[in-house]
Design a protein around this ligand. Structure first.
Ligand code: CA
Ligand code: CA
Length: 300
């Protein structure tokens, strides 16, 4: 298996970035990642405000996927997430949903032991996930801190081991990259960081052709979720829901009103994060319902 080392990083999803590796469709690779501070936080004295903000949210890559052409869908199966045994959290004045209440910046280091993190008298099971993951957009470069249609900093708790992420291919080769692993993150990520950790991810990457699967989207063992990022939660909610409805109308022989009612009756609108430059929401629907309506081969 090819391994991409974590010295090969970018801070933007940009069609001009030079690929650091080429893989075939269907290949499994291991991608090592720095933490979101590019491994520069080494003690609780390193505060968020003192960090070099040009070195936030590195992603390892980009990786050129053979046969990936604009308009295709990139299927990313997340096989394994390994973390270094240290989680880092930081708060700072003005940062996050309630930043106006933060009176002094603080950094805390949390050792990871036995797949748990001890925090404030609690033993929390790890919720390992990937914060930044995406492809290069066809248009202007997007900084890694911003989520959008290409993926990026979606900070979505279901982008985890065992999930499959579907991303758009904007440019030839897709130029895939990922980083910003979390040992823990709650839905919303309200203080602006999860328990940030360096680590490595094994992914199997395949190109899907001639199939208008909505992107970005995530398939877990239980449900399918369409994601959207926008300036407000309302706008992101509308777009995430519309993506699912359009998919049902195109593939499940439902009228708009019927798909609208189905999501209102059985969908789950959920928050990914509310602290990045665009906010990310998702609409989840039980995958068994999609299997029943479309046949099991709908997910490729
Ligand atoms: Ca993030
Ligand atoms: Ca993060």
């Amino acid at each position: 298996m090819k391994t991409i080392t974590k010295d090969k990083i970018v801070y933007t999803f940009d069609k001009e970035n030079v690929p650091v590796e080429r893989i075939s469709s269907g290949e499994t690779i291991r991608i090592e990642t720095c933490d979101c501070f590019t491994d520069t936080v080494t003690s609780e004295d390193d505060l968020m405000m003192d960090l070099d903000f040009s070195k936030i949210n590195p992603a390892t890559g980009p990786i050129y996927v053979e046969d990936a052409m604009p308009g295709d869908v990139l299927k990313v199966e997340i096989l394994k997430i390994d973390l270094e045994p240290l989680g880092i959290m930081a708060v700072g004045e003005g940062l996050g949903l309630l930043g106006e209440h933060v009176t002094s910046a603080q950094t805390k280091l949390f050792p990871i032991t036995n797949d748990t993190v001890d925090m404030f008298g609690l033993t929390l099971p790890l919720t390992k996930m990937i914060g930044v993951i995406g492809t290069a957009p066809a248009g202007e470069a997007v900084p890694n801190g911003t989520p959008d249609e290409h993926g990026g900093n979606m900070d979505c708790t279901i982008i985890k081991e065992g999930s499959t992420l579907y991303l758009p291919v904007g440019v030839e080769g897709a130029l895939f990259a990922l980083g910003d692993l979390h040992a823990l993150m709650g839905d919303g990520e309200i203080s602006v960081s999860g328990a940030e950790a360096a680590g490595a991810v094994e992914v199997k990457i395949s190109v899907i052709k001639d199939y208008a699967l909505p992107t970005p989207s995530v398939l877990t063992k239980d449900f399918f979720a369409t994601l959207s990022s926008a300036e407000t939660m309302e706008a992101a909610s509308k777009d995430a829901s519309k993506k699912m409805i359009d998919f049902l109308v195109s593939n499940a022989n439902l009228h708009f009103n019927e798909a609208y009612m189905l999501l209102s009756a059985a969908g789950k609108l959920a928050v990914c994060q509310v602290v990045d430059p665009l906010l990310t929401m998702r609409m989840e629907l039980n995958r068994e319902y999609l299997d029943t309506l479309m046949g099991k081969e709908w997910s490729k």
